[in-house]
Design a protein around this ligand. Structure first.
Ligand SMILES: Cc1cc2nc3c(=O)[nH]c(=O)nc-3n(C[C@H](O)[C@H](O)[C@H](O)COP(=O)(O)O)c2cc1C
Length: 264
């Protein structure tokens, strides 16, 4: 797809926004876990972050802070994390918890499916724990990306601001995608915040939410052949009926609000 042809003005609120283009970005974005050596310029990073900052946020509080790591900083972060000797499955989520203490139900099924698919693409057998760990450790070098972003939030803020943060993170991914760049959002850094803090000089009042790898996808790498699936919409969309029972939205084209004579 030639992105430059599709670029469109959005300053005029009446101008139609090219919905298929944003859908294309949404469908094409995926987590990339191997990058080429190609550099990303600081102006590209600024442009991505500037676009991402158009994310909505409650009260327009814009509760995000981004810390940019270049290759030397990435190397220092990787070295510090690996030097702890604390393997990821033992690392303590002592600043915030990303996952529940126990996985359950459909969430557990989907998480395991991802693990199988990811390691399957890499030819790593189910019980080959050292190989799985080695792959997981790629997180800490930002999967070879030239730029690593550390994203933090003021610890005094509430869940609402974390929602805003999610919107901002997705915007970063899409703004990068629209420029032909790839990303991987990584919570893997969070349990190592104590060793990252002094390297990045992160203030104590900031919680390290995640890292983001940013760069050019290494299309030849097996890990990047992974395409994750999504649950069928029937699993997570329900229409509320007047008797308060739920049904899946009908697949055939019907009016969501069929016109009623009493409305007229
Ligand atoms: C907040 C957040 C944290 C994530 N942390 C990691 C991570 O630490 N390492 C990793 O390889 N992928 C991480 N991912 C990527 C997810 O595994 C990925 O989004 C999911 O499997 C869906 O695949 P897709 O992004 O390719 O569509 C994270 C994603 C999100 C949104």
């Amino acid at each position: 797809m030639n992105i430059s042809v599709i670029s469109h003005k959005i300053s005029d609120p009446h101008e139609t926004i090219a919905v298929p283009y944003i859908d294309t970005l949404l469908h094409e974005r995926r987590s990339v876990r191997a990058f080429t050596n190609t550099d990303v310029s600081i102006s590209q990073v600024r442009a991505i972050l500037g676009a991402a900052s158009r994310a909505p946020s409650g009260g327009n509080m814009q509760p995000w802070h981004v810390w940019i790591a270049d290759r030397p900083a990435i190397a220092r972060i990787e070295h510090a994390i690996l030097s702890t000797g604390v393997s990821p499955h033992r690392a303590k989520w002592d600043d915030y918890r990303y996952y529940p203490k126990r996985f359950f139900g459909a969430y557990d099924v989907r998480r395991k499916a991802l693990g199988r698919a990811l390691y399957g693409h890499l030819g790593i057998e189910r019980h080959d724990v050292p190989a799985m760990r080695a792959q997981f450790e790629q997180n800490f070098r930002f999967f070879g990306a030239p730029v690593g972003l550390l994203v933090t939030i003021d610890r005094r803020l509430e869940k609402g601001s974390w929602l805003d943060m999610g919107m901002f993170l997705q915007n970063i991914c899409l703004a990068a995608q629209g420029r032909g760049l790839a990303t991987c959002v990584q919570a893997a850094f969070a349990p190592y915040h104590k060793v990252i803090r002094p390297i990045a000089n992160l203030p104590d009042d900031q919680v390290l939410v995640c890292g983001i790898s940013l760069g050019c996808e290494d299309r030849a790498h097996a890990t990047n052949a992974l395409r994750t699936e999504r649950a069928d919409m029937r699993e997570w969309v329900s229409m509320i009926r007047s008797d308060r029972t739920h049904v899946s939205p009908p697949q055939k084209e019907t009016q969501i609000n069929p016109s009623r004579t009493s409305d007229r």
